[in-house]
Ligand binder design. Structure first.
Ligand SMILES: *Cc1c(COP(=O)(O)O)cnc(C)c1O
Length: 476
């Protein structure tokens, strides 16, 4: 075995071969050297494990294709594009919302060039970065004032910190949600220095529960949207209007954290029975402050949008935390472009990918599924059975939990020896990676979250995936 180690190619030899490859020769030398090093480590590991039979296995002729593939794979950027075939539109792990074309153009423009980010072009003096979107947000939502911070978690934090530090915040027990990751309403409240006063039972909270909890130290009545779960059965929630009347009577601000706030009325405009209040309706109900995400159902960049009464928003703007939570110019550019689309709801629906995907019509999805299936039958001839089957997609992002969107799936049943689960795993390493789900021994691809211009990439990823998932007798 130790004799085999002497037949390992030298680092210099590997580097010379890599320099001959036109694609790889453009890579940073330090990166190529690290990868060649890792490749040699891998070979040593294989010798130790007895996987290398004789010195011919270590000839450059045998090694070169592996070396090139290894370096190509290792040199890819870590953060990259993925094909989302899951049908989950706002997929938290896959980047939530894709931006509209107008928004991506605005981002490019904002980051390639100087801009009037904090410069007032009418006076030539310093301006405010928030002025660019505040009017638009107010115009769309009907709110008096608005502010944008890094994300909705930051929005909730700064609202609590400004209005309720050292004071009591009354919340229904049924709304103490955990959003995922480590964002839990009670924890955020503790961080902000507010004291949580839970009222009601998990399934039922009455107005009198809030009334009885109010003391001279109550700083806020808070309503949190149950984004990612549903309480069903014997339940009762206090309508926002009733909380607002109570707050008004006692001089206490009422805040609603909507989570995934929507400007778009899915029921009215798209006939979907998504029973969620829009931001406009929540503002009209009289809430003093409403917070929501920019990259959930809104379909814009990551941001936390705070709207409400000017007296409170002004206080929040002056909070020193605001500087720490502020948005950058790329976000601002993407947000303004997205908001402008909302001035015409039909345009918003057509051009904001999140809205377009949620409202895609069943016959449109069927046609897409058929087109994808036809392409895959040609590309994967003999490798898999391909058919179109009815299924369901999800909105995701903690929005509209348990709500099924009917869709048409492309169902791939791999021919032996490949198994659907191995294929699913192999597809995580293709270029680009393709994320799907396995059901009933088949890989399911939902065309709702794939653009037609991505179909060739899907076919390419699947071809790579099948090659990788097929057991190779030469290379066990
Ligand atoms: C998603 C969500 C948040 C957090 O929003 P981010 O934009 O992810 O920071 C907060 N509250 C609710 C109710 C949510 O659904």
């Amino acid at each position: 075995m130790s004799a085999l180690f002497r037949h390992l190619p030298s680092m210099d030899r590997l580097l010379r071969h890599l320099a001959d490859d036109p694609e790889l020769s453009a890579l940073p030398r330090a990166l190529v050297r690290d990868l060649a090093d890792a490749f040699l480590d891998l070979l040593r590991e294989e010798i130790r494990a007895g996987a290398v039979r004789d010195e011919s296995d270590l000839s450059m002729e045998r090694l070169l294709p592996r070396l090139l593939a290894f370096v190509r794979r290792g040199a890819r950027p870590h953060f990259r594009r993925v094909l989302n075939a899951t049908g989950v539109v706002i997929h938290t792990n896959l980047g939530r919302s894709c931006l509209a074309e107008a928004a991506t153009r605005a981002v490019t423009d904002a980051c390639r060039n100087y801009s009037n980010l904090e410069f007032d072009l009418s006076t030539g003096a310093r301006g405010s970065r928030y002025a660019h979107v505040e009017k638009l947000i107010c115009r769309i939502t009907g709110a008096e004032a608005a502010l944008v911070v890094n994300n909705n978690a930051a929005a909730v934090l700064i609202v609590l910190d400004t209005l309720a530090k050292g004071r009591e915040v009354v919340v229904s027990r049924g709304q103490l949600v955990e959003i995922g990751g480590s964002f839990r309403i009670p924890d955020v409240m503790r961080r902000s220095g507010a004291e949580l006063v839970e009222v009601g039972a998990t399934n039922r909270t009455h107005l009198r529960d809030y009334e009885q909890a109010i003391t001279e130290n109550t700083g806020m009545l808070l309503k949190v949207h149950c984004s990612n779960f549903r309480i069903i059965g014997f339940t009762k929630e206090v309508p926002l209007e009733d909380l607002v009347s109570l707050g008004r009577a006692r001089g206490i601000p009422v805040v609603e954290d909507l989570g995934s706030g929507s400007f778009f009325d899915f029921r009215q405009a798209a006939g979907l029975s998504l029973e969620e209040p829009t931001v406009q309706r929540t503002v009209a109900s009289g809430a003093d402050i409403v917070t929501f995400s920019g990259d959930k159902v809104l379909g814009g960049p990551q941001a936390g949008i705070i709207v409400g009464r000017a007296e409170w928003i002004d206080k929040i703007k002056k909070n020193p935390l605001n500087r720490a939570l502020r948005i950058d110019k790329m976000t601002l550019a993407a947000l303004e472009a997205t908001l402008r689309l909302y001035l015409d709801p039909e345009r918003a629906r057509a051009e904001i990918p999140t809205l377009a995907m949620i409202t895609a019509a069943p016959n449109e999805l069927r046609a897409k599924a058929r087109a994808l299936a036809a392409r895959l039958r040609t590309a994967l001839a003999g490798l898999a059975g391909v058919r179109v089957a009815p299924g369901v997609s999800r909105v995701g992002g903690g929005s509209f939990p348990e709500f099924d969107l009917p869709t048409s799936l492309v169902e791939l049943t791999p021919a032996a020896p490949v198994r659907a689960e191995n294929l699913r795993q192999a597809l995580l390493a293709t270029d680009p990676p393709l994320v799907g789900r396995v059901e009933r021994g088949a890989l399911m691809l939902d065309p709702r979250t794939l653009r037609r211009d991505e179909f060739p990439l899907v076919a390419e990823a699947l071809a790579q995936g099948f090659a990788a998932a097929t057991p190779n007798p030469d290379n066990p």
